[in-house]
Design a protein around this ligand. Structure first.
Ligand SMILES: Nc1nc2c(c(=O)[nH]1)N[C@H]1C(S)=C(S)[C@@H](COP(=O)(O)O)O[C@H]1N2
Ligand SMILES: [Mo]
Length: 335
């Protein structure tokens, strides 16, 4: 069994629901439109889609927030069969998938990557119709890419001459290629050196988008970072005593070895964050989301004791080994 770098397995029977949880409310029959740089655009009802030759494929899911689920078997139709049928034009260079969802969620691939990856237009997972939270009745499944490329509730497929960045790619700095084997999670932040310097002096990150900020080993005790966007930020070994991260987005942030005594993480998003070796005594994680977070890695472990506050529900979000480790620490069991 091999996992891409920085990923960990979810419990065998778990498949987290990530992002939007339901499709747009719409009473019209489900249809999938094939449009853009195509010689013969088409519109398919679900019944028509089901009349295409079915295939099954076993796919490993790798979420950018560091959880993986191996070997889920999807059944559906080859996307390439459907697109080839529409006659892609010579200038088609990208393919974009749009969801029947409130925010018209989307994601795109290079057309040549798409041809190599051979995605599925999936209707079933492990022998059951896809549930609505997982994209039912129909979603894209793109093998070999972080799972954010796999759009739920597929409503439109568009062949494009120029790329159109997807929802996460445009709003959250997610990498547009998203190859988990190359750990292409996020693009770097656009801040200049002097802007970063000013931030560090002010110790005020409140509400700012600081995706991928790299400020390891700084003294930032008392930092104000409520509601800040610190996805993929690197604050390893920083002094952050009593820092206020309430409501902040710290997904995939690196907090290893940070001094976080009495820091506040209430309602923060810490999915995929790494806290190995961090001092978390008296830190508060009430209402925080901890899917895929790492607290212990062999002998390297966060400092957690009965004064650290986690919701009981947090234990369910962690992978089994992390969860077991944390439960022991919270119970004050040092063995
Ligand atoms: N329509 C739609 N598709 C989406 C998303 C979303 O928010 N809306 N999130 C993406 C992300 S980030 C992931 S990890 C997977 C999660 O799929 P799941 O909820 O079935 O696990 O769906 C992807 N497709
Ligand atoms: Mo994701």
């Amino acid at each position: 069994m091999t996992l891409p770098p920085g990923q960990q397995l979810v419990a065998q029977d778990k498949w987290p629901v990530i992002g939007e949880r339901q499709p747009r409310r719409d009473d019209s029959p489900w249809r999938i439109e094939f449009t853009g740089r195509l010689a013969r655009p088409m519109m398919l009802t679900l019944e028509e889609l089901q009349s295409w030759p079915p295939i099954t494929r076993t796919v490993d899911l790798h979420c950018v927030t560091r959880w993986s689920k191996l070997g889920l078997t999807f059944r559906g139709v080859r996307l390439l069969d459907l697109v080839e049928h529409c006659g892609p034009l010579a200038d088609a260079a990208y393919i974009s998938f749009t969801a029947r969802s409130e925010r018209n969620h989307s994601s795109s691939l290079r057309w040549d990557d798409c041809q190599a990856l051979d995605p599925l237009v999936a209707l079933e997972a492990d022998g059951q119709p896809l549930t609505s939270p997982h994209g039912g009745p129909v979603r894209v499944v793109v093998p070999g890419r972080y799972f954010y490329k796999s759009v739920k509730w597929l409503e439109r497929v568009t062949l494009l001459a120029e790329d159109q960045l997807g929802f996460w790619e445009a709003t959250a700095g997610y990498h547009n290629t998203a190859d988990p084997w190359q750990e292409q999670r996020y693009v770097a932040s656009g801040l200049s050196k002097s802007e970063v310097q000013r931030l560090l002096v002010s110790k005020d990150f409140r509400g700012r988008d600081l995706t991928s900020l790299a400020v390891a080993e700084h003294a930032l005790d008392g930092l104000l970072a409520a509601e800040a966007i610190l996805r993929n930020a690197d604050v390893r070994r920083c002094r952050l005593e009593q820092a206020d991260f309430r409501g902040a987005n710290l997904s995939n942030a690196k907090l290893d070895g940070a001094h976080l005594v009495a820091a506040r993480f209430d309602e923060a998003d810490l999915e995929g964050a790494s806290l190995v070796g961090a001092d978390l005594r008296r830190a508060v994680f009430t209402g925080a989301s901890l899917f895929g977070a790492t607290l212990a890695d062999g002998p390297d472990q966060a400092i957690v004791d009965a004064s650290t506050r986690f919701d009981p529900a947090a234990l369910d979000q962690l992978t089994p080994d992390q969860s077991q480790w944390l439960a022991q620490r919270l119970a004050g069991d040092e063995s």
